[in-house]
Design a protein around this ligand. Structure first.
Ligand code: FE2
Ligand code: FE2
Length: 142
């Protein structure tokens, strides 16, 4: 099957952008987890800890941007599981909103709950549903 150059370009760009965004999200999460671990160990940076709710907001914004980009690429490729995947993103964002609303001015334990939830969900989602989409994309390009 012959694939038009534009489609190849979009395919490569979509894959690259998603992988780059996944790395950025994981890097941000690692940074938050390190601040928390230091605080839990009794030698944390009080300024970093105080700034953590804002950092979590930035991370969640980045996740929203990433989801939109990923959903655009799924639509472009006519991915058959796009609706299920989009719904998973939506349920996650609802759960995050609820968790953050409950947290308010989180104490250390509350921040740990939020960071663990974000990290756990993202790792599982990227490893399963995003991986399924990646494999679909790759099958389309070959
Ligand atoms: Fe996804
Ligand atoms: Fe993703």
């Amino acid at each position: 099957m012959e694939v038009e150059p534009d489609k190849i370009k979009k395919h490569i760009t979509g894959l690259e952008v998603m992988e780059r965004q996944h790395k950025q999200l994981h890097r941000r999460l690692r940074g938050l987890a390190e601040v928390l671990a230091a605080a839990e160990g009794g030698n944390g940076d009080p300024d970093a800890l105080e700034g953590m709710p804002d950092q979590i907001d930035v991370l969640v914004d980045n996740i929203r941007v990433h989801f939109r980009a990923e959903e655009d690429v799924m639509s472009f490729h006519g991915y058959p599981q796009a609706e299920t995947h989009r719904a998973a993103h939506g349920h996650f964002l609802e759960a995050v909103d609820k968790l953050l609303a409950q947290c308010g001015d989180c104490d250390l334990g509350g921040l740990r709950d939020v960071v663990d939830f974000l990290g756990g969900w993202l790792s599982t989602h990227v490893g399963k549903q995003d991986q399924m989409f990646k494999e679909f994309q790759e099958s389309q390009a070959s």
